[in-house]
Ligand binder design. Structure first.
Ligand SMILES: Cc1cc2nc3c(=O)[nH]c(=O)nc-3n(C[C@H](O)[C@H](O)[C@H](O)COP(=O)(O)O)c2cc1C
Length: 220
């Protein structure tokens, strides 16, 4: 297997974060603290996410956590796109347009609801998979790239939770529609997988039951 195959067919993105020497190896965090973060995270409805939003410094910590995701071949097969306040109106318009294209009989109320989804969370990030088949060809399957993105998202959510913020992932039928793809300026092989909604919960949501390990593990 040649190294060439592993490398992306374009200039590799900058990967500028060296390992933090202050972090002991193996990880010094107590397992119970990690478990608390993982098991304590739960989704908040985007409609219940208000201010404060994470600061730039806090977001940077979350993104560093995302950057620690497993990544076969170091392809960085994903990216995040922040959608600031000044672009929310346009995103809402794209949601409404996608609805009208899907359902020409959509009422103005339904269009208004679609628009409103763009305005819920104070911090909104599109999680984008980069699925160029030329990158990692023959070595890294497309689904591995999606797993890497999923790990990055979960790392980010756990960092947000540990910093005291709440979150929700939303996709919706509009996410892969032409008006939304155009607004996000996605390249041909890119897919917006979900939006990451972040903020501070204004009303808590009930935690859901988690599946028992016996429901998803077996022995070969
Ligand atoms: C990629 C992805 C997209 C999602 N999109 C939606 C969505 O559009 N609407 C929704 O109600 N839940 C959506 N969910 C599910 C919620 O984010 C959440 O995981 C679920 O409600 C379970 O709650 P919990 O995270 O507290 O366990 C999505 C989950 C994933 C992984």
């Amino acid at each position: 297997m040649s190294t060439e195959v592993l490398l992306p067919d374009r200039t590799p993105p900058a990967r500028g974060i060296p390992p933090d020497p202050a972090l002991p190896e193996p990880c010094g965090a107590r397992l119970t603290e990690v478990e608390q973060a993982i098991e304590g995270r739960r989704t908040s409805s985007p409609r219940r996410l208000g201010l404060p939003a994470p600061s730039d410094a806090q977001l940077d910590r979350m993104l560093r956590a995302a950057a620690a995701a497993p990544d076969h071949g170091q392809l960085l097969p994903w990216r995040f796109l922040r959608i600031g306040a000044q672009r929310r109106e346009a995103l809402g318009g794209a949601f409404a347009q996608a609805l009208r294209e899907r359902d020409p009989l959509a009422t103005s109320d339904q269009c208004a609801q679609a628009r409103a989804k763009a305005h819920n969370a104070p911090l909104l990030i599109a999680a984008i998979a980069r699925l160029n088949p030329g990158e990692g060809a023959g070595v890294v399957h497309g689904w591995e790239k999606l797993v890497s993105l999923g790990c990055a998202i979960q790392n980010l959510l756990l960092a947000a939770h540990s910093l005291g913020f709440q979150s929700a992932l939303t996709s919706g039928r509009a996410i892969d529609a032409a008006p939304v793809r155009a607004l996000l300026r996605l390249a041909r092989h890119e897919r917006a997988v979900c939006f990451i909604n972040l903020g501070t919960e204004t009303a808590p949501r009930k935690a859901r039951m988690r599946p028992a390990p016996s429901s998803f593990v077996s022995d070969l």
